[in-house]
Design a protein around this ligand. Structure first.
Ligand code: ZN
Ligand code: ZN
Length: 348
């Protein structure tokens, strides 16, 4: 992993070292998958810090560009900073207030500056190795859906369907589900994040299924909406609009585009159909080591779509008390242009 962008930034703003504590970022830069570690990066040093529980694991996982430091009993991170004599430190804004206060107290006289989204910024553009892992996570989720789809029927509880899907993907080798799956049927399909409940799926229900798998730390995220039985007029109408909005976004997406313009394009179609107020979330988000990460595709986004990005396009319409529709696919902006990573069949 190239630490140059981080080192350049330190020099630019006149800070001596960057303390990275957000574990996903630690993993991204060092390769370490355990649950306790931090990195300290200066223009000269690249330190990986953990405790004795992870001595063995870190020796296998951590990239050789880092010197490993195993904290002894009672030894604190602050002592390492002290040892190197750093007097100014960038810290990540994902520290809790309590962690920040403790650090501040332990590093008496050291200037602390909060950095926001620095490693996340590097994570926005995926390497081909990362894209391969995401593709595997997509495959696992799609196979699980195809295995279980025939069993998504009236009489079954939402959570049983979610369990079946998670079991199927794990059996095929996934590390697990990417998040708590949404299986939202009937009136519950109007809840954009209606995690699977004990509700029974009934004849006539719309069923929104939002799911994904995890593979080597990377995630997939996709949504399909099914109908139990014959489609009603209003259901057909909102489904067609959502599908049209998504198709328009898929056709328009390209490198160099403002993320919010893509949101505006898709949203415009739903607005024109008269359902603008019922599409209450952004069009999509980046997917990688976290299920939701940069870039963000929404009206307030400042992100520009760049080569290497992987993100979702997921318009939806949610009618409270009646039901909802969402369709979500994943896109990779590769050297050959936009590639849709998901290919699960859609209704209509
Ligand atoms: Zn999703
Ligand atoms: Zn999503």
């Amino acid at each position: 992993m190239d630490l140059k962008p981080i080192r350049n930034r330190l020099v630019q703003v006149g800070l001596e070292a960057f303390l990275i504590t957000h574990l996903v970022n630690v993993r991204y830069l060092s390769g370490f998958t355990g649950s306790f570690a931090a990195l300290l990066i200066s223009s000269q040093e690249a330190l990986f810090i953990t405790d004795p529980r992870y001595e063995e694991q870190s020796s296998q996982e951590v990239s050789p560009i880092f010197s490993r430091v195993i904290l002894g009993p009672g030894q604190k991170l602050a002592q390492i900073v002290d040892k190197y004599g750093w007097r100014s430190l960038a810290v990540e804004d994902t520290l809790t207030l309590a962690q920040y206060d403790r650090l501040k107290e332990a590093l008496d006289g050291v200037r602390l500056v909060t950095w926001s989204g620095v490693v996340e910024g590097l994570r926005r553009r995926k390497s081909t190795e990362e894209v391969d892992k995401i593709k595997r996570a997509v495959e696992l989720a799609q196979e699980a859906y195809r295995t279980v789809k025939g069993e998504i029927q009236p009489g079954r509880a939402e959570r049983d369907v979610a369990l079946d899907m998670e079991f199927a993907m794990r059996r095929m080798g996934a590390q697990g589900g990417a998040f708590d799956f949404v299986v939202a049927s009937g009136y519950r399909s109007a809840l954009p994040h209606g995690s699977a409940s004990f509700k029974e799926i009934r004849e006539g229900d719309l069923v929104v299924l939002d799911f994904g798998a995890r593979w080597e730390g990377y995630h997939s995220d996709m949504t399909r909406t099914l109908k139990m039985g014959k489609w009603g007029g209003w259901e057909r109408e909102i489904y067609s609009l959502v599908l049209e909005a998504q198709k328009a976004a898929l056709a328009a997406v390209k490198v160099g585009m403002e993320a919010r313009d893509l949101d505006t394009l898709a949203r415009g179609i739903i607005e024109k159909g008269g359902y603008g107020e019922f599409f209450g979330h952004g069009l999509g988000h980046g997917v990688g080591l976290e299920v939701h990460e940069a870039p963000y595709l929404s009206l307030s986004s400042q992100d520009v779509l760049e080569e290497g990005m992987v993100f979702t396009l997921e318009p939806g319409i949610y009618l409270s008390g009646r039901g909802g529709v969402r369709i979500e696919d994943m896109v990779y902006l590769g050297p050959q242009g936009a590639e849709v990573l998901t290919d699960l069949e859609k209704e209509g």
